[in-house]
Structures are given as structure tokens and as C-alpha cells.
Design a protein around this ligand. Structure first.
Ligand code: ADE
Length: 224
């Protein structure tokens, strides 16, 4: 799968993602993270990409042209199985379900805004979906893009190793994950639940299902 990030800060996107599991996935060519610097398409000798909003008001906007031209520079490489996403606090909330949907694409283009945002016309022209990573405002879309790329990449077959499986994890069945323990079997006087040491797989499975339900009820009743 190919991610294409239109950004004013390509180094922060690459730098933020090129570690651990995502680095391995890039190195093994299971994913590609292609950052396009919007500034390279400023169209002026001072490399300015922002301008004042018509009608006045605080802050600056990214002009439509540099965003449009940076998109045009990659459009031909994109497969039909693609989506163009603009990350903004006004977007649809990002969820595991959306991550699963995106993991089936060949190309995901993510447009990162900065300053007060991007000229509305380019969003109308090229964007399929607006996505928010939460009800708060970031200084730019780069962190949101990184979060989406991380969450989507780990769902692509063979990006996670056997020991990093996502089968039982939180949200995979609409519930939070059951509690987990590793050695030692006693820590600060707290013992690992007996059932997990019993070797009875049916009982363990039953206990985990119950715990997942109880946890969700306690921590995130809204999910039930
Ligand atoms: N850009 C700024 N704030 C954002 C948010 N909450 N989600 C996605 N993109 C953003």
C-alpha cells in the first residue's frame, strides 16, 4: 500500500514514522510513505504557499494552487483503488473501522493543512473524505496523518509479525482487550489470575471474553 502525504513538513512525517514496525514495513516494501512538499509547488520565487483570507480574520491560509499542483504531480501514479483525505478537526472521527477500510486501498493520499487551513476550493476539487483524529485542534495535520498511517499500516497483512497480532486487540470485536500478564506470576503481592496458569484453554478463553466485556462496561460503556 502506498501512502502519499501532501505536507509542508515532510521530515516530521518521515521522522515520526520511520521506527520499529513501520520502519520494517517500509524497508520490506510492504508499505511506501511518499511525502510531497507542498512548498515545492508554491509557483513563486519566495516559495510562499500561504495568503490572507478574503473577508479578513485571523491567520493565514494555504493557497489552493500549491495543494492542487502537488496532488497533480502524483495523480498519474495513483491506482483506481484510492482515497484522498484531508485531515481537519471538522472531519469525520477516525475509528478502527475506518482504519480497516483504508487498509484495503492501494493508495491513500493525506493532505495536511497548516495555519488556519486550506482554501476551500481545492478541498472541494480533490478530497473524497475529511477526517478528524479527535475533538481538539492541532497546529497542523502532520500528527493526524502519522496516526492514520500507523493505524492503517499495522492492519496490512504481514506488516505485524506473528507475535504482534491484532486478532484479539481492543476494538477488533467492538470490545476493549482483556487484561494481560507476563512473568513473574506475583508482583508487589499481586498474583496473576489462577485461570491463566491453569493450562485450560477453554476456561482461559471464557475468562478473557468476560474480562473484555467487563472492562468495556467499566471504561468505555459507550462502546457497548
Ligand atoms: N488538524 C488540526 N487539528 C486536527 C484534528 N483534530 N484532526 C485532524 N487534523 C487536524
Amino acid at each position: 500500500m502506498n501512502f502519499h502525504v501532501l505536507t509542508l513538513f515532510p521530515e516530521s512525517v518521515i521522522g515520526g514514522l520511520y521506527h520499529s514496525i513501520i520502519k520494517r514495513a517500509v524497508d520490506e516494501e510492504k508499505i511506501d510513505i511518499n511525502c510531497i512538499n507542498i512548498r515545492n509547488f508554491s509557483g513563486n520565487k519566495h516559495n510562499r504557499v500561504d495568503d490572507y483570507p478574503y473577508g479578513g480574520g485571523a491567520g493565514m491560509l494555504i493557497r489552493a494552487e500549491p495543494v492542487y499542483e502537488s496532488y497533480k504531480s502524483i495523480e498519474e501514479e495513483l491506482s483506481k483503488n484510492r482515497k484522498v483525505v484531508y485531515v481537519t478537526p471538522q472531519g469525520k472521527p477516525f475509528t478502527q473501522k475506518i482504519a480497516e477500510e483504508y487498509s484495503k486501498l492501494n493508495d491513500l493520499v493525506i493532505i495536511c493543512g497548516h495555519y488556519e487551513g486550506v482554501d476551500e476550493r481545492v478541498i472541494e476539487e480533490i478530497v473524497d473524505e475529511e477526517i478528524s483524529i479527535g475533538d481538539f485542534v492541532l497546529t497542523g495535520g502532520e500528527l493526524a496523518a502519522m496516526i492514520i498511517i500507523d493505524a492503517v499500516s499495522r492492519l496490512i497483512p504481514s506488516v505485524l509479525g506473528k507475535e504482534e497480532s491484532f486478532i484479539d486487540e481492543s476494538f477488533s470485536d467492538g470490545l476493549l482487550e482483556y487484561p494481560q500478564y507476563t512473568r513473574p506470576s506475583e508482583f508487589l503481592g499481586k498474583k496473576v489470575p489462577d485461570v491463566l496458569l491453569s493450562g485450560n484453554h477453554a476456561e482461559i478463553e471464557k475468562w478473557r471474553k468476560e474480562q473484555a466485556y467487563l472492562r468495556t462496561q467499566k471504561k468505555r460503556p459507550d462502546l457497548l
